[in-house]
Write a protein that binds this ligand. Structure first.
Ligand code: PRX
Length: 627
């Protein structure tokens, strides 16, 4: 039984060896320059991400017809794109972007659904040495505008329409709303994908890229060689404070990390047919939906639309049809299918599957067992991967491509090679096995973010100040008696709804956008399917009455500010929020109330406020609640 949580004293050597697997234009002169908390991996190394994913394979003539992307949507449309074709599409799009002024150092926002052109757009931006910032297409205009504002991007790539759950989503209209008051935006590139004869209402800054028109272009753009630490992308993620943070990832370090970890954890090979169900708008879609599998020359499958359309067994039929060998999804999706019942994959051949992955939230043992029994048919290892937007790639995970340890349902097992993870108490002292503590990482790794866009200080403060010389993950974890890691969820004010990270502060400020709201507090409570759901407590401005319409309006305000996935499960109206003497909102009380728990131990957690006072606040508060 292998346990990789060894001392990792030679971690630099390990990563240097791994980096040799990538097609660098120029080798690095130094493996790591470490100025805590800023890491510079593979100093002076020169590389290009689009070259590593495409050109490097095409040197092998046999590779040309190899399928890069298989795509389908809920309406039954299909596409099959070879590596050669994808290379051509990327070059054509890069050529178009270049003609329109995109170049090294530019930030390009990508606001696209799950379509092959989204992959082509990412790779085209990377080919030019520009930096992409993908915004999940489920985000609202306000959320998109915030991200444009923070990046100060000059360019945005979007498309005319997206399709989801039998509906046409006019993505361009949302983009228009966002760019209307975004002075940094100079050009909006609109991919025309729709065969419907619609007129895209054009703004002065719009430039249309008609896919049909460019289908036979033969442009070639040489990949721009960039230094290893050149930012490949910025991805926004929620934290405990204020607005989402722009997490920056490097090129050389990030690619090395993703290349290695996908091989170790999933045993990916060139002949793998790989499906990561995450949207490209999240880190999972970046690292393990696009860059990881393409660097290995595997075939990726993408699916646009709802999992239950056109029929409840659509996902499993796709596995059968495309002979998916590696399947990577979230516990929320699995719980949803578990609830539907096992009849939906009867008469479906899932025997192509070799490896099953899970990500985004703790996987409960019963879900793990169901996944193992019914999807894997007890033939596939379940690879529960713990990691974060900031880590760039898997940190704690079983390793199907190395020496697979005995798996335990619900445990992510051990840190991967080169990763030094510890569980510590408040004083940064490692806790004994079977004791809960904070998960920290004590050595840098090549996938680690190189910082927060426009805010290096915040990177120090949010991740490297709570525990000396360690990266603070914000997660609780525990090691069992055998040293296996079990992830226990967030230790901070960050919610995890269906595997999506949402800051309570973000939902609170969205709620406050409604003019009737005086004060608000948001908590997450456990949910059988989504892991966690959002509950909003709100006090209204004087003289405003609670009505069902008002409740709907507040929900709409939140959806408008963030996106539909942040829709609260419920809103409670209260006269006043329960607060400690020092004015801190007592979230424990709020959580206890909605979950029907005792408030018993709340007193120990609140500053200076007596048990009697808390009980009184609780009693008054309960009486004032209206739904
Ligand atoms: O709380 C952990 C949870 O998701 C957080 C990271 O969210 P995000 O940056 O959006 O990235 C999600 C995809 C990597 C973590 O702090 N999380 C992620 N994977 C797991 C997990 N919790 C338990 N088990 C996991 N496998």
């Amino acid at each position: 039984m292998a346990n990789f949580s060894h001392k990792n004293d030679n971690f630099e050597e390990l990563w240097s060896k791994q980096a040799e697997n990538l097609p660098w234009f120029k080798k690095w002169s130094k493996t790591l320059e470490w100025n805590e908390p800023f890491a510079h991996w593979f100093v002076d190394g020169q590389i290009n991400a689009s070259y590593a994913c495409l050109d490097a394979h095409l040197k092998n003539v046999d590779f040309k017809d190899k399928t890069a992307i298989l795509w389908e949507d809920e309406r039954g449309n299909e596409l099959k794109i070879s590596y050669k074709e994808l290379h051509q599409q990327v070059n054509n799009f890069a050529y178009f972007l270049k003609q329109n002024g995109v170049g090294i150092g530019d930030i390009v926002i990508i606001y696209l659904p799950i379509i092959p052109q989204a992959v082509a757009a990412m790779l085209a931006v990377a080919r030019l040495g520009a930096t992409h910032s993908v915004v999940f297409s489920g985000f609202s205009a306000a959320a998109l505008k915030d991200r444009i504002g923070d990046t100060q991007a000059k360019f945005l790539i979007t498309c005319d329409e997206a399709f989801y759950r039998n509906k046409t989503i006019h993505l361009k209209k949302t983009a228009d709303e966002a760019t209307l008051n975004s002075p940094s935006i100079e050009k909006v590139f609109v991919i025309k994908r729709s065969d419907a004869d619609i007129e895209i209402p054009l703004q002065p800054c719009d430039i249309v890229y008609d896919l049909l028109e460019h289908a036979n272009d033969q442009n070639i753009v040489e990949p721009t060689s960039v230094e290893s630490n050149h930012p490949l992308f910025i991805l926004y993620t929620s934290g405990t404070t204020g607005k989402p943070k722009g997490i920056i990832h490097s090129t050389g370090g990030y690619l090395t990390y993703v290349y290695s970890t996908i091989k170790w954890a999933f045993d990916i090979k060139q002949d793998s047919i790989y499906w990561c169900t995450a949207d490209i708008g999240w880190i999972t879609g970046h690292s393990y939906g696009v860059y990881g599998p393409l660097m290995h020359g595997a075939t990726i499958f993408m699916r646009e639309g709802a999992p239950e359309l056109p029929a409840q067994n659509a996902w499993w039929k796709a596995i059968e049809k495309y002979k998916i060998s590696i399947f990577y999804t979230s516990p929320t999706a699995l719980r949803m299918f578990m609830k539907i019942g096992n009849h939906i994959f009867q008469n479906t051949d899932l025997s192509s599957l070799k490896t099953l992955g899970s990500v985004g939230e703790p996987i409960n043992p019963e879900v793990w067992l169901w996944y193992n029994d019914h999807i894997g048919q007890q033939m596939c290892p379940i690879i529960d991967t713990w990691w974060q937007t900031e880590t760039g790639g898997f940190m704690i995970s079983p390793a199907a491509g190395l020496d697979l340890v005995k798996l335990k349902p619900g445990s992510a097992t051990f840190p991967l090679p080169g990763i030094c993870a510890e569980i510590v108490d408040q004083n940064n002292i490692p806790v004994d096995n079977q004791n809960k503590g904070h998960l920290v990482i004590t050595k840098p790794w090549p996938g680690m973010t190189i910082g927060i866009h426009q805010n290096p200080e915040l990177f120090k403060q949010a991740y490297w100040s709570k525990f000396k010389n360690s990266y603070y993950s914000g997660d609780y974890a525990i090691k069992d008696k055998d040293g296996y890691f079990w992830l226990l969820g967030r230790a901070d004010e960050v919610l995890n709804v269906s595997g999506h990270r949402i800051g309570t502060a973000e939902v609170e400020s969205a709620t406050l956008e409604h003019p009737a709201v005086a004060e608000t507090a948001v908590v997450g409570i456990k949910d059988e399917i989504k892991g966690e759901v959002i509950i909003v407590f709100t006090s209204l401005k004087q003289g405003i009455a609670v009505t069902p319409e008002l409740k709907k309006e507040i929900v709409q305000t939140i959806r408008k500010q963030i996106g539909a996935f942040a829709t609260p499960k419920d809103i409670y109206f209260v006269e006043q929020l329960p607060k400690t003497r020092s004015g801190k909102i007592m979230r424990r009380i709020l959580k206890a109330i909605v979950q029907g728990d005792q408030i018993g131990d709340v007193s120990t957690l609140e500053d200076g406020t007596s048990v009697e006072e808390i009980n009184l606040i609780y009693k008054n508060f309960i009486q004032s609640i209206q739904q």
